[in-house]
Design a protein around this ligand. Structure first.
Ligand code: SF4
Length: 329
């Protein structure tokens, strides 16, 4: 229920519910640590293809330490140290790296690499592979370029209906890792209804971190009047968190940086939920809370959620004997 605007004032405490889990996932932690260890081991510059994770604050921090972000390897001098981002790359980029005699460190998230492997396996079995995801997103472009056969990209039930394939075509589906769980369930159901011979992962490829963060938003949404999602505009999983809060009937805003918070958003509001996408650092959440505290007295509650204890090994190109020598984030 909406609070009584007439009774609300700047002195009215603002209830803040912090979603758990929120923020960095294991794939993002691994990617950032990979760049830091590469800088410690090889010295600057270390070239990173694409933003290592979709967050300007994270990239600026690494840039200050000597990372150079590029979109294409044509921008990289021959024989350089090159890191592939957590989103993965098409084979074309791997071939360009070999041709440029670069020392490659592949920070592709293992869960993204698993999707690449599944898509290749299904294509080798002679199935038409349907990739559920958003065209143009760097992870989707990477997956498309990791399979020799052309994939069919769909982002909606309508796009499944529009596929130019006979109903008895053997098909298989894989998904982008950062989609909305509920939207994807609908698309998978449409694929299964449309094609008689369908294969797909028993559990969809949407990663554990995406699922847990979405579930935490769903649980808090009934208790708040506004949701603030810390995350970059180009962060797929952060945008999905905004959509999930809105689907639950709560106005939601993406907050790429604390400075973008507008105090007018709090007018007539007594409770707010806060979460962060998998690539958003805790420091931005802290700064956002500081800004909220400048305008209202805060009553903060951290909600319990799924406890995550997943970690991924660093890329094999990084010397594992260095593990004890942690580099400060
Ligand atoms: Fe990996 Fe999921 Fe994190 Fe993406 S969001 S980097 S798939 S753990």
């Amino acid at each position: 229920m909406l609070a009584d605007e007439g009774a609300m004032s700047a002195d009215t405490p603002l209830r803040v519910l912090l979603a758990n889990p929120r923020g960095f996932c294991a794939g993002v932690e691994r990617a950032i640590e990979t760049v830091e260890r590469a800088l410690a081991k090889h010295g600057a510059p270390v070239y990173v293809r694409h933003e290592i994770v979709h967050n300007a604050r994270v990239c600026d921090g690494l840039r200050a330490k000597g990372a150079v972000f590029v979109e294409e390897l044509s921008e990289v001098p021959a024989g350089s140290v090159v890191i592939f981002s957590a989103h993965g790359v098409p084979r074309r980029v791997e071939e360009e790296a070999a041709a440029g005699h670069h020392a490659v460190i592949d920070a592709t998230c293992p869960l993204v690499a698993k999707v690449h492997g599944s898509a290749r396996r299904y294509a080798a079995e002679g199935r038409e592979v349907i990739l559920i995801g958003h065209r143009g997103h760097v992870e989707v472009e990477g997956t498309l370029g990791q399979v020799d056969a052309p994939l069919h990209v769909v982002a909606s039930v309508e796009e499944v209906a529009a596929l130019q394939l006979p109903a008895d075509t053997p098909v298989a589906y894989v998904t982008q890792t950062t989609l909305s769980v509920t939207d994807t369930q609908g698309i998978i159901a449409a694929i299964r209804a449309r094609f008689s011979d369908t294969e797909g992962p028993e559990t969809r490829d949407i990663c554990y971190a995406t699922q847990n963060r979405q579930q935490a938003v769903r649980e808090i949404a009934p208790d708040v009047e506004l949701f603030l999602v810390v995350g970059a505009r180009n962060s797929s999983n952060s945008n999905r968190l905004v959509e999930i809060a809105r689907d639950a009937g709560v106005p939601a805003r993406l907050v790429p940086a604390a400075e973008e918070f507008d105090p007018a958003w709090l007018e007539g509001i007594a409770s707010v939920g806060i979460t962060a996408g998998a690539s958003a650092p805790q420091v931005i959440i802290d700064e956002l809370i500081e800004r909220l505290a400048k305008h209202r007295t805060l009553d903060i509650e951290a909600r319990q959620g799924v406890r995550e204890n997943i970690t991924f090994k660093l890329p094999r190109e990084i010397d594992h004997r260095d593990r004890a020598r942690r580099v400060a984030v």
